[in-house]
Design a protein around this ligand. Structure first.
Ligand SMILES: NC(=O)c1ccc[n+]([C@@H]2O[C@H](COP(=O)([O-])OP(=O)(O)OC[C@H]3O[C@@H](n4cnc5c(N)ncnc54)[C@H](O)[C@@H]3O)[C@@H](O)[C@H]2O)c1
Length: 386
């Protein structure tokens, strides 16, 4: 099988997961990593036995061997770097959120219109968990009727204390939205993908629990325990919590809430899709199980089982039932669907993609902006489409 040559830019928390996912699939080969922190890149290149190690995207672009670049840099660099990758004619797999503003993601889409051969993906990885794919098929097939109500949350606790800090807190680096853009974006992607519908209207309550945070004078890694004792006080303008009422274009209504200050909740992304004949509930912290609720029958706890799942879901479920698959597997599935798409010579816009494209990333950016607007104007806001 031909192998597509991959490079990962940004070797922090998520960059390493991209490398591991690429190494698990047959259609791709890791050839280079890069990070402005060259020592970090070098240590990861050695750890994973990757032959080439660079500092900048320009060096990756100048390397003719590389077909695909994964952009795993902080949010404010996504557009600038994605543009360079597109201009150079390489395929791009970007971290979320796709852009800081919809004007930025619009620009990316305009560039891609001129270059239909480029395959673009955004790493909304949770949608590729086998049971989430199974939920999608259950809605798609009509077997449990139409979605009526969708609800759920994404809760974390790593920014609970006012001494917790990360680049995501700063709007110039993370974007104007923190909770919604960083984790709510995953919730919205999953629910839109499962239901095949779009969120069109939002009404939000947005809260900044710590208007002042104590920023350590040294850098702090994502999800690390901060042990620093030297701080400077920083005013915070990005939200710690948000609750959002939603309306969808399939007639469903719903609500979700996101928080980075909920003690004990580490990565609790959960959602329930209540349809005309049954409800489905999934929580990524127990990702090998799903709950199904019925009005006139016993409710069921479903264990992931590739032998019993719809083919579109079982194609991404590898271990026999009882051997849990989780976050890393969803990451790998997402990367695999992206590389298979390239290998099969498919084109975005013409062929269906299982992974999220830049079009979906752009829509999530519009949604994030609509939620912020709703929170500040204290009213329902419709998502403005181009
Ligand atoms: N899909 C997911 O589930 C998921 C999970 C975590 C993070 N993310 C996203 O991944 C991105 C990175 O997050 P992280 O937590 O890994 O951050 P991080 O701070 O741990 O890592 C970012 C890395 O990028 C490097 N970097 C900064 N500027 C660079 C440049 N110009 N060129 C090359 N490298 C550069 C930094 O040195 C650092 O090593 C963010 O956009 C975040 O939203 C997605």
């Amino acid at each position: 099988m031909r192998k597509i040559k991959a490079a990962v830019l940004g070797m922090g928390f998520i960059g390493v997961s991209h490398v591991e996912a690429i190494r698990r699939i047959g259609s791709a080969q890791m050839v280079a990593v890069a990070d402005t922190n060259y020592e970090l890149a070098k240590s990861k290149a050695e750890q994973y036995n990757i032959s080439k190690c660079y500092e900048t995207v320009e060096q990756l672009l100048a390397d003719d061997e590389i077909d695909v670049i994964h952009n795993c840099t902080p949010n404010f660099l996504h557009t600038e770097i994605n543009k360079k990758i597109i201009e150079a004619g390489k395929h791009v797999f970007s971290e979320k959120p796709l852009a800081m503003t919809h004007e930025e993601s619009d620009e990316l889409l305009a560039m891609l219109k001129e270059r239909p051969q480029i395959v673009h993906g955004v790493n909304f990885c949770y949608r590729m968990n086998p049971l989430v794919l199974d939920m999608k098929e259950k809605v798609n097939s009509g077997e449990i009727g139409k979605p009526l109500v969708v609800h759920g949350s994404y809760l974390q606790d790593w920014l609970l204390f006012d001494t917790d800090y990360n680049w995501r807190v700063e709007p110039e680096i993370g974007g104007k939205s923190r909770c919604i853009g960083d984790i709510g974006s995953h919730w919205m992607d999953c629910v839109q993908n499962i239901t095949g519908a779009k969120i069109t209207d939002v009404c939000a309550d947005i809260v900044i629990a710590h208007p002042i945070r104590k920023k350590p004078t040294g850098a702090v890694e994502t999800f690390s325990l901060n042990k620093s004792t030297d701080y400077e006080e920083k005013q915070v303008t990005t939200e710690d919590y948000a609750a959002v009422l939603i309306k969808m274009d399939n007639g469903a209504h719903g609500v979700f809430y996101v928080s980075e200050i909920s003690a004990g909740r580490k990565c609790r992304l959960d959602f329930e899709i209540d349809c005309e004949l049954a409800s489905m509930y999934w929580n990524q912290e127990t990702s090998d199980q799903m709950w199904m609720g019925y009005r006139d029958e016993y409710n069921r706890h479903v264990m992931r089982n590739p032998l019993l799942m719809d083919k579109n879901a079982s194609d991404y479920s590898y271990l026999a039932a009882g051997h849990p698959e989780g976050w890393n597997d969803a990451m790998k599935n997402n990367v695999q669907s992206y590389y298979n798409f390239i290998l099969e010579g498919k084109q975005i816009g013409t062929d269906d993609a299982a992974f999220a494209t830049f079009y979906e990333g752009h829509y999530i950016t519009l949604l994030t902006e609509a939620i912020l607007k709703s929170g500040s104007e204290k009213r329902w806001v419709s998502v403005e489409q181009d």
